[in-house]
Ligand binder design. Structure first.
Ligand SMILES: [Zn+2]
Length: 287
């Protein structure tokens, strides 16, 4: 059974650790992340972008696959299925399809419109017991075609959105999606502290977890981050391992072309990445 992210994040906040959101792209990705969460006895959030949802045939296919996989693999740790950077329409479609958590990314709307749409979605989610994440201040890098520069959120706007009753809040603190450039200034801890001071007990979300140095991750958790999104790092690990397999000519030996063999090193690489992150975030044995 899928659960809302509310309880796992409330526990994480109180216990000073963070729960990882790992984005999924296909069956192999999903299986690798679920098995690692179970092995680590860690709660987990599976993230699905609208693009990945489309790639996997649609949100219904995704929800059915994840629910069935949790059952077939006998996964007992808490699992939330979460829409990542959802549009207003996408959020409604995921609620309909059986997701247990959504993100409504209204950061590109004027604040009044962001407030109105978030308010409506909060009331739908409350009724259904689904958690909802909102975003204030665009996260830099590319989010499904929208490129931002890594701005810092206005703490007062964060409070306004937090007060609408969202479960968790993503605030831009200089973080960006994808690989960080060499001249990146690092996370703005003064912004994070100011946002947390205004929003109180609200679990904060750190997007763009790939390539943020471990010390900055730990400091962010100390300052109130309870959910950290990891996407690119699993992709890089999968691609490198698959490249290694092909470059070593293993697909040309025996039945090395069998997809179950061809994709296995990539799957192992995802598992290793997820485990490393769960250890860094402190969520191991917190299921
Ligand atoms: Zn993001």
């Amino acid at each position: 059974m899928l659960v809302s992210a509310k309880e796992m994040l409330t526990k994480a906040k109180a216990g000073h650790y963070a729960v990882g959101q790992f984005n999924i792209n296909n069956l192999e990705w999903t299986k690798a992340i679920l098995q690692t969460a179970q092995e680590c006895n860690s709660p987990v959030i599976l993230g699905v972008s609208e693009g990945a949802g489309k790639y996997m045939c649609g949100f219904k296919t995704v929800a059915s696959m994840v629910k069935a996989m949790v059952e077939d693999l006998k996964i007992t740790v808490p699992v939330a299925l979460h829409l990542d950077h959802g549009s207003y329409e996408g959020a409604k479609a995921c609620i309909e399809a059986g997701f247990s958590s959504i993100m409504f990314d209204g950061s590109h709307y004027p604040i009044d419109e962001n407030v109105a749409k978030t308010t409506e979605l909060v009331s739908i989610c409350e009724e259904k017991g689904i958690s909802i994440e909102a975003e204030v201040g665009a996260i830099g890098g590319e989010e499904d075609g929208v490129v931002g520069a890594g701005e810092c959120a206005d703490p007062d706007e964060c409070k306004m959105i937090a007060d609408l009753g969202v479960t968790m809040l993503a605030a831009g603190i200089g973080n960006i999606h994808g690989k960080y450039p060499a001249n990146w200034a690092g996370l703005s801890f003064s912004t994070l502290a100011a946002v947390q001071e205004k929003t109180g007990a609200m679990p904060l979300v750190l997007h763009g977890g790939t390539g943020i140095p471990a010390e900055q991750i730990k400091k962010a958790i100390d300052l109130g981050v309870s959910k950290i999104n990891v996407n690119t790092e699993c992709q890089l690990a999968f691609a490198a391992a698959t490249r290694g397999y092909v470059e070593a000519g293993k697909d040309l030996k025996g039945k090395g072309f069998d997809p179950r063999k061809l994709l296995a090193p990539g799957v192992e690489a995802i598992k290793a990445t997820v485990k490393e992150k769960m250890e860094l975030f402190g969520s191991v044995n917190k299921a």
